[in-house]
Ligand binder design. Structure first.
Ligand SMILES: Cc1cc2nc3c(=O)[nH]c(=O)nc-3n(C[C@H](O)[C@H](O)[C@H](O)COP(=O)(O)OP(=O)(O)OC[C@H]3O[C@@H](n4cnc5c(N)ncnc54)[C@H](O)[C@@H]3O)c2cc1C
Length: 457
């Protein structure tokens, strides 16, 4: 390790309002554990800051001793991070404040806040934030990495609804960054990820969405090809008000799942429509009328309920996921998809979801950050469970197979929030944006102190 000794780290702990852990401490394993249990993080120390001042103290301490700093809220996105033996892991869970200004339709969210807390708090004022499918991802990591959710085709990527960011930069300064104060840093943070400093809070825009027409309709996996082709045809009439998803899924036999779904291999169409029930019913009718469905929850829901729509795990699990961006779904692309994800594919994955892009997710806005849009029509994301190491190769191999067999239908590029595996980070950005991101990194973090899941360097 660079110049820090165990005694130094102990002294750091004494100076903090929050808590610090070093290897061997009681609670060390809990403190370093990532939400993604397949990742074994072994940092030099873990700090749970109680406030932004603690974050600044950690950054000063690390800079003076040549250590690095990695900020995480949950460790959902810990997969792509390399070795961090010389790194202080900043776990921001205690920075948990959420303030809603309903009149201004803004929220200030501290760095450790989870999606569910924002959904519920905004929902109390009939508003919605741009959140992902999982209730317990950190809003900060999700948003810095782009942020794709159920309201995306109407309102865009979450990173472009950020209005200000509170951050501690490598010089130890606490800054409130917006488009006027530090335009390049503000640009980089909105979609460029966590490479530029330790974020302590975000100010985000909220939208007047109190209710949605949303749900999931599922059929037996044997109907995969029929449903996928029908979904492809249905897409042509889908307005920006709906963000949908086709999914191939093998559900575990968990008692908390409804009986018709438990242990079943299914194909389903889920989504959220911003509009009234009559228009939503009409829109979804061609799909919901396909005979043979075993489950159908489409109906009016309060917007905060969207956090459960994807049935994402709400507790830490060991998983590996990866993705491929897709262009327009042709009949051939759909058959290729069924071939790698359907019931006869031999897939060891829990599921492959094909999320609809386009709409505002595919449009540029001059005020956008580093990720103005996703240049694709769909994103196919596969995920497998790795409850024991022996399961890892089969999951990895199948993710490779999906990427290879769907490559002919891909425009290329990467959506980094959906990459649990290390890879070419520059492929997540346009070439000119990548150059800007590297320049911002050099300006604000010349020694490369901050370690991100997807590192700009
Ligand atoms: C079950 C599941 C469902 C998901 N659904 C979606 C989805 O619908 N849409 C979507 O876009 N993504 C989705 N993701 C991906 C998820 O958004 C990313 O993994 C994201 O990075 C998680 O953020 P986090 O803060 O919880 O993770 P963490 O692992 O804690 O953080 C990930 C990265 O974010 C950065 N970061 C986090 N906090 C800070 C901070 N305070 N300062 C600076 N950098 C920071 C760092 O680079 C860090 O490595 C999903 C992931 C899972 C596991």
């Amino acid at each position: 390790m660079p110049d820090a000794t165990a005694t130094d780290l102990f002294a750091l702990g004494r100076d903090l309002d929050g808590d610090a852990f070093v290897p061997g401490d009681d609670g060390w394993d809990d403190a370093r554990r990532a939400w993604n249990l397949s990742v074994d993080l072994q940092p030099a120390a873990v700090v749970q800051p109680a406030n932004a001042e603690d974050v600044a103290r950690v950054v000063d301490f690390a800079r003076e001793r040549g250590l690095r700093v990695a900020a995480q809220s949950t460790g959902h996105g810990a997969g792509p991070m390399g070795p961090i033996a010389d790194t202080i892991l900043l776990r921001t869970g205690r920075l948990s404040g959420v303030e809603i200004d309903a009149e201004a339709r803004r929220a200030r969210i501290e760095a450790g806040v989870l999606a569910a807390a924002v959904a519920v708090a905004a929902g109390e004022s009939g508003l919605a934030a741009l959140l992902g499918s999982s209730p317990d991802t950190g809003v900060t990591g999700f948003t810095l990495g782009g942020g794709l959710g159920w309201l995306g085709r109407k309102y865009g990527l979450a990173c472009n609804s950020v209005r200000a960011i509170e951050i501690v930069t490598a010089d130890g300064q606490q800054r409130r960054v917006d488009a006027d104060s530090d335009p390049e840093l503000f640009f980089a943070l909105r979609g460029g990820g966590g490479s530029f400093g330790a974020v302590t809070a975000l100010e985000i825009e909220l939208y007047p969405v109190a209710e949605v027409y949303a749900g999931m309709v599922a059929w037996p996996g044997e109907m995969g090809s029929e449903i996928a082709q029908a979904y492809r045809e249905w897409l042509a009439g889908a307005p920006d008000e709906i963000t949908a998803q086709l999914r191939f899924v093998s559900l575990p036999p968990l008692p908390e799942l409804p009986e018709p779904l438990r242990g079943q291999t299914l194909v389903d169409v889920s989504g959220a429509f911003i509009g009234d029930a009559a228009a939503g019913e009409e829109l979804m009718r061609p799909l919901r009328e396909i005979a043979g469905s075993v489950w159908d929850t489409w109906g009016v829901q309060a917007a905060p309920a969207l956090r459960h729509l994807g049935m994402d795990p709400e507790e830490p699990v060991p998983g590996i996921g990866d993705h491929v961006l897709l262009g327009e779904l042709s009949p051939e692309a759909v058959e290729a998809l069924v071939g790698v994800a359907g019931i006869d594919s031999g897939s060891p994955l829990i599921g492959v979801q094909v999320r609809q892009l386009g709409g505002a997710l595919g449009r540029d806005d001059e005020n956008s950050g580093a990720l103005p849009r996703l240049d694709a029509e769909h994103i196919a994301f596969g995920v497998g469970a790795v409850f024991e190491e022996a399961a890892r190769p089969a999951v990895e191999n199948h993710l490779d197979r999906i990427q290879k067999e769907l490559a002919p239908y891909s425009p290329g590029g990467r959506a980094l929030n959906f990459a649990d595996r290390p890879g070419d980070v520059s492929a997540g950005f346009r070439p000119e944006v990548w150059e800007r991101l590297k320049a911002v990194k050099t300006q604000y973090d010349p020694a490369g102190m901050f370690v991100a899941g997807h590192q700009v360097q």
